[in-house]
Ligand binder design. Sequence first.
Ligand code: SF4
Length: 352
Amino acid sequence: MSQAAGKEAVLYVKEGDRVKCTACPRYCKIPQGKIGFCGIRGNVDGRLFLFVYGKVIAANVDPIGKKPVMHYAPGSWVYSIATTGCNFMCQFCQNFDISQRRKVEGVDMNPREVVENAQKTNCQGVAYTYNEPSIFLEFARDCGVLARKKGLFNVFVSNGYGTPESVGMMKEFLDCITVDFKGNAELKFVRRYIGIPDPQPIFDTIREIRDKTNIHIELTDLVVPEVGDNLEEAKKLAKFVYDELGPDMPIQFLRFYPDYKMMDYAPTSIEMLEKHYEVAKSAGLRYVYVGNVPGHKWSHTYCPGCNSMVVGRFGAFITKWELDKNNRCSKCGYQIPIIGQLKEPLFNFRFA
Ligand code: SF4
């Protein structure tokens, strides 16, 4: 690894001749010349460097619904970037080629160029996604501060495995975060299939974001068949969401598709996703969704006041919008907690 690559990180402290990274709860204590677990932060002469600063391995223009974000900037487009590396080792990762690469690779793109590209492609926001953005937080922060100056918003698609220090930096620029639980964040599952010792830091990070920032939060949960679809665990997760974040917190149960080291598993059954939906609804959550199943009746938003469909969706796209200019239900006036007005004209899909 080139010692000249990247930029000195901010999220670290010195401990003797080691550097302790504070960007994620692994808190790697890295000796001189070595790299941390994620493969992209390392000790160079007693200073922690972020080697992927300004190195973008993937850049795409995506609808925000693909992140998937349901209740923020509806219908907008986001310039989506990633670097190599990750602090998780998900056995089912759909982006494993990026996330599990322990090499600094990609196209040189400084924060000014990231923002210019977002503007040139008519995006309204920048998304930091595909791998875990907390590991390249200093780069995301510099992009995000500039993006805000140009009137763009910033979104993290995150595993939520953060620290008080990382949340402190998110606060400087981040508008929205969608935290993806996997397998209901059950202990055995996260140890075996994600490679983290304990899911607790994810819950702590969500509380920290709730208490210390104004960042809009949404949640997803990847339901992995056989090994990560325990309904008792789903109940515990739903209770946490209701108790700590309230009934209006959106949560989406995502369908798993076989990938990476879990090619022998079938996609999650629709029935199992629906059972998760019912568990969350029974816990009192108002905005529960089934995701990765285009056209599913529970991919839409229903008004808790009169039960009519107020936002229709097909995959990542919005196909129906029955809210007034204040995002109240056009039938009964119930206030739907969606931030922002629809940005794009409706897609004209038909529902069977
Ligand atoms: S961000 Fe990387 S280097 Fe830092 S603690 Fe996490 S895994 Fe270790």
